[in-house]
Design a protein around this ligand. Structure first.
Ligand SMILES: *Cc1c(COP(=O)(O)O)cnc(C)c1O
Length: 446
């Protein structure tokens, strides 16, 4: 008996799911090998940056109070800068989320009267308030007299450099680029294409800042936006770069002057990044998390590659599809029905290391048009470096799954999700077809 068939038998899951999993594991072998090798390359790059910066045991110890002369924190930030192709970085537990990091990036660079040009279509949900797209949001960029204009995502393919450059207006001070698709129906942007957009902006107006939302993208490709000219990037430590070990935190990385501007927003002008303690075990988490991040991102990607094959074999459209290009951690699976999505999330939750006995239910989350359901059995609340899944209860009832520190754990969770669907009679009969999970996305960036 093969590995997954044996697992299915041991867990009393339908035998055909075990057989499908064995086939999907074999079918995803080349992709998994690719992500494994890429993780190894990135791991060595991070390790070498640790050595160059002489990380010592005392650098892992906490600082307190103002956090002046925190050498460990400074080394950590220098390593982030090196890894992300930046001059400097701000890596802090006081940055509480990805949205907060992006907020620091924008408030650092924009002043009243400036315009922010969003070049990548409708931005990630949590940014709408910040950008002034939700009227009345207290403290938004709009309240500070910064306007925001969105270049719509094109009908086909990726944002066109010439179109973005042509959209620049006299007040445009910064161009915002969201690398990951997030939970929208558009492809993730390859870093090299971000480079083309940045080059077009800089040829038109060299004084404009190119700011990148790097959430979910770190260590997925061979290069980072900083390597193709991004002026500043921002992200969350409970996603990729925290490696699943960081229990909080965020970062910005880029040109020194702009990192200092963001630091002035985080603490206060004049003291900037000189202060800010890193207490408790956070510095150890940040260092060790970064060291392990490439490997853990690699595991999540290998799990996602398996999931795309597995669910497609079971007749559920997946995006990226089997063998499809990946630029972030997100895997969409169109479950096809309300009951299917609910059971998918419940099955996935049942396979988690934490809270496996809890049954997620749909709820009317404030700010969302439709009910949503979320599965997350994670060590860190809301961590999407760890395996989690969620989706709005509307057709095609797409489950967005991401993360996972172990590819085998992701694969096992897929089996349990499919088994929960089968038990409810909402798994289509097996067929080898695949279509894009979300209606209009066939480009995948490549
Ligand atoms: C997660 C995410 C954010 C916001 O991060 P939070 O930590 O949830 O605030 C912004 N943009 C993208 C593309 C993301 O994936």
């Amino acid at each position: 008996m093969s590995f997954w068939t044996a697992y299915a038998a041991a867990e009393r899951l339908p035998e055909e799911l075990g057989i499908a999993a064995d086939e999907a594991w074999a079918a995803s072998a080349a992709e998994r090998a690719h992500f494994e090798q890429q993780a190894q390359r990135h791991s060595l790059q991070v390790l070498s940056a640790f050595r160059r910066h002489h990380v010592s045991e005392t650098d892992l110890l906490p600082s307190s109070g103002y956090g002046y002369h925190d050498q460990g924190r400074d080394k950590l930030e220098a390593i982030y800068a090196a890894v992300f192709g930046a001059e400097a970085a701000l890596v802090r537990p006081q940055i509480v989320s990805g949205t907060h990091a992006i907020s620091l990036m924008l408030f650092g660079c924009l002043r009243p009267g400036d315009e922010l040009l969003v070049a990548t279509g409708d931005p990630y949900d949590s940014l709408h308030g910040l950008l002034g797209l939700v009227p009345g949001t207290r403290g938004s960029l709009a309240e500070w007299g910064v306007t925001c204009r969105i270049v719509p995502w094109p009908e086909r393919g990726l944002p066109d450099p010439a179109t973005v450059a042509a959209a620049i207006g006299p007040q445009t001070r910064a161009v915002f680029l969201q690398r990951s698709r997030g939970y929208s129906q558009r492809p993730t942007i390859p870093v090299r294409h971000l480079g083309e957009l940045i080059a077009a902006v800089q040829q038109t107006r060299p004084d404009i800042y190119c700011l990148v939302d790097n959430c979910y993208g770190e260590f997925v490709e061979d290069i980072e936006p900083g390597h193709v000219g991004a002026d500043l990037v921002a992200g969350s430590l409970i996603k990729n770069p925290g490696g699943g070990l960081a229990t909080t935190g965020g970062y910005v990385a880029g040109r020194l002057e702009l990192v200092e501007r963001a630091a002035a927003c985080l603490t206060a002008p004049g003291v900037g990044r000189e202060i800010g303690p890193v207490t408790g075990s956070l510095k150890r988490e940040f260092f060790q998390g970064l060291l392990l991040a490439p490997a853990h991102v690699g595991q999540a990607l290998q799990g996602a590659a398996f999931a795309a094959h597995f669910f497609a074999m079971l007749g559920l459209p997946t995006d990226p599809g089997p063998g499809g290009w990946r630029g972030d951690l997100i895997q969409a699976v169109a479950t096809g029905s309300r009951e299917g999505l609910i059971r998918f999330c419940q099955g996935l939750q049942a396979a988690a290391p934490i809270d496996s006995y809890v049954q997620p239910e749909p709820w009317a989350m404030p700010g969302y048009e439709h009910e949503v359901i979320m599965a997350a059995g994670t060590f860190t609340q809301g961590s999407t470096m760890e395996l989690s899944a969620d989706g709005p209860l509307r057709p095609p009832y797409t489950a967005y799954m991401q993360g996972g520190l172990q590819a085998v754990g992701v694969a096992a969770a897929c089996l349990h999700a499919a088994a929960a669907m089968a038990a409810g009679g909402v798994l289509p009969t097996r067929r080898p077809a695949n279509a894009a999970a979300t209606a209009d996305n066939g480009e995948g960036g490549r």
